[in-house]
Design a protein around this ligand. Structure first.
Ligand SMILES: Nc1ncnc2c1ncn2[C@@H]1O[C@H](COP(=O)(O)OP(=O)(O)OP(=O)(O)O)[C@@H](O)[C@H]1O
Ligand SMILES: [Mg+2]
Length: 188
């Protein structure tokens, strides 16, 4: 399955550059704040001085949006979406990921995901939504994005206890943040 997902993620156009992590999370949160229709409270909790990450900025914001939209769909009566991010240092061993990374976590207070479903949610076209309401591509985009950034996507969920999706993105420290446009020349 992983190979299948990797092939899928490689089809996405990508233009990685070093970005300000907090900036992009706030931009995405702004965007989904408007699409959550006010029923859902959004709490944003970003550690100061988050390390920059090297990602495709558009894919990053889309991935955050896809995860937030799932939280919205899971909480039709309202609830809480917590967006948090912190710098972490991962031990070598368990996964190929080691060293400095930024963990970006979206947690909702929805009904959670049954165990039998949880193992399939990253599969392209896997959806439990009614025909016409979901294509099953949201989380596979998020998964492909995280892999392409050299990171990983994790999901934890238990019925009755909500859902938590975590992006682990390798820190691009030691490199300056690349700006969209050169800084304006302030000399007169
Ligand atoms: N926060 C969540 N709470 C409960 N179930 C979830 C959550 N996020 C994902 N799921 C489950 O995982 C499935 C796959 O999610 P994914 O985002 O890939 O597709 P989708 O939301 O069904 O469709 P699309 O994102 O293309 O509109 C969902 O159909 C749903 O069953
Ligand atoms: Mg979705």
């Amino acid at each position: 399955m992983t190979e299948h997902l990797l092939a899928f993620s490689q089809d996405l156009p990508t233009e990685p550059k070093v970005v300000d992590t907090a900036d992009h999370i706030r931009r995405a949160a702004d965007l989904f704040g408007r699409s959550l229709q006010g029923r859902i409270r959004i709490d944003i909790n970003l550690e100061d001085d988050l390390w920059p990450v090297r990602v495709d900025a558009a894919q990053f914001e889309l991935a955050l949006l896809n995860v937030a939209l799932n939280a919205r769909d899971a909480m039709p009566e309202g609830g809480l979406l917590e967006v948090s991010a912190r710098n972490v240092t991962l031990d070598a061993g368990r996964t190929r990921l080691a060293g400095r990374a930024v963990a970006v976590c979206l947690r909702d207070t929805g009904p959670g995901i049954p165990r039998g479903v949880l193992g399939r949610v990253f599969e392209p076209f896997f959806t439990t939504k009614a025909r016409g309401e979901g294509t099953g591509l949201g989380l596979s985009q998020a998964y492909g994005f995280a892999e392409q950034a050299g990171g990983a996507l994790r999901i934890q969920s238990e019925p009755g206890k909500g859902t938590e999706v975590t992006f682990l993105l390798p820190a691009a420290s030691d490199v300056a943040v690349e700006q969209d446009a050169p800084a304006p020349d302030r000399r007169s």
